[in-house]
Design a protein around this ligand. Structure first.
Ligand SMILES: Nc1nc2c(ncn2[C@@H]2O[C@H](COP(=O)(O)OP(=O)(O)OP(=O)(O)O)[C@@H](O)[C@H]2O)c(=O)[nH]1
Ligand SMILES: [Mg+2]
Ligand SMILES: [Zn+2]
Length: 318
């Protein structure tokens, strides 16, 4: 019960929002967390792990998984009257370039990759930029450890570990489940990554009694189909929450200003502002601090290439 009571600060925010949206501030309602959003209907979990499918009051910003809402029973379902201010929200542009929220109030982002399907170049770096932008700590997870051959992927993971990122090696039989549990703690984590890397399978391991859709890789690879189609929050009995998200082929960052992209490359930070020319584009200019760092092996050529690619997208979309 206490878990769902509003703090004074939250209550004030809700009251402010209700007044703002023309809703009677004396409206009864209780707090809940959004499990999943299906367009006009939203599944809310509230006291004692009860779940209620709710509609939205008109003009309310549609909530996403992880959102805290105020809701009240109404006929057979419920109705959401307010959205509590978000701590953060992960967003991504859709194919038409409109920014869409994916999930809210996230503590950690598990960026999952695997030997199969082969990692898309630059995708990990895009996620790291997205995580830095919303001030969420990313953890790089090399999954399907049973399929690892050679050292390419573990070498890649080591590059990120050397940059100070937390890293994990896992597989769905989870000999290292304790490592993952330790990372989760009481936090809300979102699992992101390409389709078929095993995000849902990891959640299934931690929640063996819950039916979760896990896909056959051949289907994913051949038809480009994604097994998980809705972002969904899974509360863990021992505390902590996992948010499963549909796999992606790419993660657009065209909505970010260039400074935010650069902030997402942590090894650039001590070098930015140290190029010979103040307006250095880091392309072929003499005295470029970034290019020098690449040739000295301080910045990995792959990471620098990711930066250039992300920057190209910004230019073409402006
Ligand atoms: N060999 C091996 N296969 C795995 C492992 N984890 C998952 N798989 C398989 O990989 C396939 C895809 O797993 P999912 O968990 O559905 O992948 P996903 O990342 O959730 O994919 P989307 O929902 O499409 O984004 C399934 O056939 C799983 O059985 C693993 O650790 N090792
Ligand atoms: Mg999935
Ligand atoms: Zn430069």
């Amino acid at each position: 019960m206490t878990k769902h009571r509003l703090t004074d600060q939250q209550a004030r925010r809700v009251a402010a929002q209700r007044t703002h949206s023309g809703i009677d501030p004396n409206d009864a309602g209780e707090a809940g967390v959004v499990i999943a959003s299906y367009g006009k209907q939203v599944l809310v979990e509230h006291d004692d792990q009860q779940r209620t499918l709710c509609h939205l009051r008109a003009h309310l910003t549609p909530p996403v998984a992880g959102d805290q809402v105020i809701w009240a029973p109404s006929e057979e379902t419920g109705v959401i009257s307010a959205l509590i201010e978000r701590r953060n929200v992960l967003e991504r542009p859709d194919i038409r370039g409109r920014l869409r929220p994916i999930a809210a109030n996230i503590d950690l982002m598990l960026v999952v990759f695997a030997p199969e399907p082969a990692p898309q170049p630059h995708l990990l770096d895009r996620y790291l930029v997205a995580a830095a932008y919303i001030d969420v700590e990313p953890v790089l997870v090399l999954n399907k450890a049973d399929l690892i051959t050679g050292t390419d992927l573990t070498d890649q993971l080591a590059v990120y570990a050397a940059l100070g990122y937390r890293t994990l090696i896992t597989d769905h039989s989870m000999p290292h489940a304790e490592d993952l549990m330790e990372v989760i703690g009481d936090d809300t984590l979102i699992l992101v990554g390409q389709s078929g890397v095993g995000k849902s399978s990891l959640i299934q391991r931690l929640l063996p009694d819950v039916a979760i859709r896990v896909g056959a890789l051949s289907v994913v690879a051949d038809k480009g189909r994604h097994t998980t189609t809705t972002t969904e929050l899974f509360p863990l009995p021992q505390g902590g929450r996992l948010i499963d998200s549909p796999g992606v082929r790419d993660f657009g960052l065209s909505h970010l200003p260039i400074e935010e992209v650069e902030r997402g490359f942590r090894e650039f930070q001590p070098l930015l502002g140290h190029c010979r020319f103040r307006d250095c584009r880091h392309q072929s200019e003499p005295g470029c601090a970034l290019l020098n760092a690449v040739s000295e092996g301080v910045i990995s050529p792959q990471r620098f290439d990711s930066y250039l690619r992300i920057r190209d997208d910004l230019q073409s979309s402006n």
